[in-house]
Design a protein around this ligand. Sequence first.
Ligand SMILES: Cc1cc2nc3c(=O)[nH]c(=O)nc-3n(C[C@H](O)[C@H](O)[C@H](O)COP(=O)(O)OP(=O)(O)OC[C@H]3O[C@@H](n4cnc5c(N)ncnc54)[C@H](O)[C@@H]3O)c2cc1C
Length: 501
Amino acid sequence: MPNHTVLIIGAGLAGLSAGIHAQRNGYQAHILEHHSQPGGLAAWWHRGGYLIDGGIHFLMGHRPDSPLYPLYREVGALPGEGTVDMSTYGRFIHEPSDRVVDVTGDLARLARDLKTLAPEDARIVDELMAGVRALRGPAMWSIGFGDPPELAKPLDSLKTLWAMRRAGRYFIGKFNRPVAHYTPAVRNPLLRAFLETLFMPEVPVWFVFMLLALLADGQLALLPSGCKGFILPMERRFRELGGEISYRATVEKILVENGRAVGVRLADGTEHRADAVISAADSRATLYDMLDGRFVDSTWAERYRTWKTVNPVLMVSFGVAREFPAEPSSQIWWLQAPLAVADRPVHAISVRVFNYGPAFAPPGKTVMQVMLDTDWDYWATLRQDYSRYAAEKERIAAEVLSRLEARYPGIGGLVEMTDVATPYTTWRYTRNWRGSIMGWLPSPAAMMTPVRRTLPGLRNFYMAGQWVMPGGGVPTCILSGRQAVQLLCKDSGRRFVGGEG
Ligand SMILES: Cc1cc2nc3c(=O)[nH]c(=O)nc-3n(C[C@H](O)[C@H](O)[C@H](O)COP(=O)(O)OP(=O)(O)OC[C@H]3O[C@@H](n4cnc5c(N)ncnc54)[C@H](O)[C@@H]3O)c2cc1C
């Protein structure tokens, strides 16, 4: 008997995408979301008249010639007001030497600037630029954007190999190892710091090539009203298609009868039943709590034993009563003296200046945000003593502001709003394991491993989201929601229909 109703756990990017595709394919979808708004990690909140953007730093593949573009269009996600093209990924500022590099998509200029920074590493810079050039072009961006592993056809891997033929050597050997394993060959400490802070030191070198290739191809963009302007159109599309969504609805258990998922029970005891269930929430909670660990096979158990997760972050946002029109909106500062956060030194911080759209602040004002990597255990423990937790947040905000003051004299006196979000905040509003902001660490091994979306022994159940797409990310999570519905259609004998509809 074909499925007709589907319950979706979570209204993040993956859950909303699954809901939209389910409705488009003739299912009646009901999304149950723990928080009071959609978006999950693609988060935003209002404070003191300012809009704080707490997620998505840049969108990949936003232009019509990108193979990712149709994915966004299908779910109505590309904001009506458009996107802001990024000609630079950001500015790298090395405080101890006072040297600056703009990470531009003009690769000749970038190579020149990096060689000026690190003349003794000219050969390495040439090698990096060759890698970036090899990974340019739409064929490369579509790798991994096909069907879920359950529907993979033998020809798919041949197609991938064909797409990668120009660049094959950059996906093996030293380029398929973490950046941190590559940088010891770099002699100049500034270039080393540059490479390690560009994304994360744990990602494969080819990931950095891919990022810079996307930049050079003009396929990175900022969202002029942040996550809010990206997510609300998706939620609207889901509702317009007839989908139902409930907020403050935390799923506690997935109901299983005769080896089939038949519904869910919420934390308040309410039960909902359906023909299928898609979990687009944290996989650990899904597998070990909602399903009581009954369907954890050796593959999943091994992942939880050996794979690492992306660190959680601390985010300090300030509402400042002045404009910064000429400042690069994205910056990486390698600090003169490290900050002490969670009992460890923090050498690099990301600084975002929200000067690319009027939505973030009242006229004449700006949100400035500092983000840094931190530790889950420290913050989760500290949160048990609320007054110490609050005092530590206040201390760090003051310390961060003093660093901003050194570069922007007078800024301290213009701050009207201060907001500090910790890993505990991330967990509280999204329930992601250890507050991870992208799920599994995109290590070379994890990125090359397809994660199945179904569980052995459990029918009518599918998974979506960043925990089945190592490294997370906007297009991949949207894709995973689509793929969950592809599987659902296959199991209920329906032909999956994509497109904008
Ligand atoms: C600061 C930051 C910057 C980022 N920058 C980028 C970027 O520039 N580019 C990029 O591509 N990606 C970026 N990412 C990553 C990307 O945003 C995430 O990988 C993606 O949003 C994850 O979406 P998801 O739907 O898989 O999961 P989530 O967003 O975690 O959504 C899961 C949803 O499920 C809900 N939920 C959990 N448990 C339950 C339950 N028991 N019952 C009901 N609901 C539940 C949660 O509340 C949440 O809404 C960034 C993330 C962060 C935090």
